[in-house]
Design a protein around this ligand. Structure first.
Ligand code: BTN
Length: 327
């Protein structure tokens, strides 16, 4: 005899219980379950590692969840225009950017590709991005550029803005952006964004935006050479941070900023950077095309280059593609 098909779990229970903080009120719970069997739902989630308890007023609270990510939880009710139209969670991949490039080659925009582990995660300038399994968010999204106006530099900055906003929203930590692609908390790098362009084909230009966020990384798990400069959200929040909630917030903000860029409103990205910049108005040293320069950060130009007032001299623009901040 054919086995009856298992009913799909009602993911709204998980998401609403988490997002409400205190739990789902009884009247709301009744509507969500709508004549179904709540105990069956709870048992189905327990098999996946989610645990619920009843609140004193007869509502439902979530008391535990698995350390792995579930795509259905991240995707529930996102209402994405583009970013997060589909959500995938993989176990081990070379790099989520590689998978997103594959999606782009098949002409599929907007899938949010997450992985629990990367064997060849990469950063800017050929650097390596490492993260212990289940500790981080490793995410990439393929984006189809509507015209020549959308630049990789803008997407990189918008990606950093999206991550910083999502971190503030879900953890209340004061996340800042260090131009052009780093997100910092208390001066330590908690996230980096990498944008890669694909060779134009059939008149289409694709970009892949990838973000790595150190969510629950233990200090000793950072490679020795970055232990003094890298940080993890859990370290600053003083608790484990819920990766699924943060993933949902990042996708929402990235979808918002991608709409802004597609509408040609690049000034709004620069404004958001100004509001969250860790370096605006400060003196910094950059390395660009093999040379070091020191000056005060004045602003961004139209191509998201950094405008520095050089010591005793004129202002000069430094392009993100060839510039690193040294100190
Ligand atoms: C940087 O700071 O240089 C950017 C780091 C970007 C890392 C992320 S992790 C997910 C995605 N896949 C990759 O291989 N890189 C990006």
């Amino acid at each position: 005899m054919k086995k009856p098909k298992a009913k799909k779990p009602n993911w709204s229970l998980v998401v609403l219980a988490k997002e409400s903080g205190g739990g789902i009120a009884p009247q709301r719970l009744e509507k969500i379950v709508a004549g179904g069997d709540l105990d069956d739902e709870i048992a189905a989630f327990a098999r996946r590692g989610y645990h619920f308890g009843k609140t004193s007023d007869g509502g439902l609270e979530i008391t535990g969840w698995p350390r792995r990510l579930f795509a259905e939880e991240i995707a529930w009710d996102l209402a994405a225009s583009v970013v997060g139209r589909r959500v995938e969670v993989h176990w081990t991949v070379s790099s989520t950017n590689d998978l997103a490039r594959g999606e782009a080659a098949r002409g599929r925009e907007g899938a949010a590709i997450f992985a629990e582990e990367q064997t060849a995660g990469r950063g800017r300038f050929g650097r390596t991005w490492r993260a212990p399994k289940y500790s981080s968010l490793l995410l990439s999204v393929p984006l189809l550029c509507p015209g020549a106006d959308v630049e990789a530099e803008g997407v990189m900055l918008a990606g950093a803005v999206a991550v910083a906003e999502a971190v503030c929203e879900t953890t209340a930590l004061a996340a800042e952006i260090r131009w052009p692609n780093d997100v910092l908390v208390e001066g330590r790098k908690v996230s980096g964004v990498l944008v890669e362009g694909l060779a134009p084909a059939n008149g289409q230009r694709w970009l892949v935006v990838g973000a790595g966020v150190n969510v629950n990384v233990e200090e000793e798990d950072f490679p020795a050479q970055i232990r003094d400069t890298a940080g993890s959200l859990s370290q600053f929040a003083g608790r484990r941070v819920d990766r699924a909630l943060l993933a949902r917030a990042i996708l929402r903000r990235l979808d918002f900023w991608w709409e802004i860029l597609r509408a040609g409103q690049i000034g709004r990205v620069s404004d958001a950077w100004r509001a969250k910049s860790s370096i605006l108005g400060t003196f910094i040293t950059v390395e660009s095309a093999g040379k070091r320069h020191t000056g005060r950060v004045v602003d961004l130009d139209h191509h998201f280059g950094l405008v520095l007032q050089l010591a005793g001299g004129p202002t000069r623009v430094f392009a993100p593609s060839e510039t690193t901040i040294i100190s």
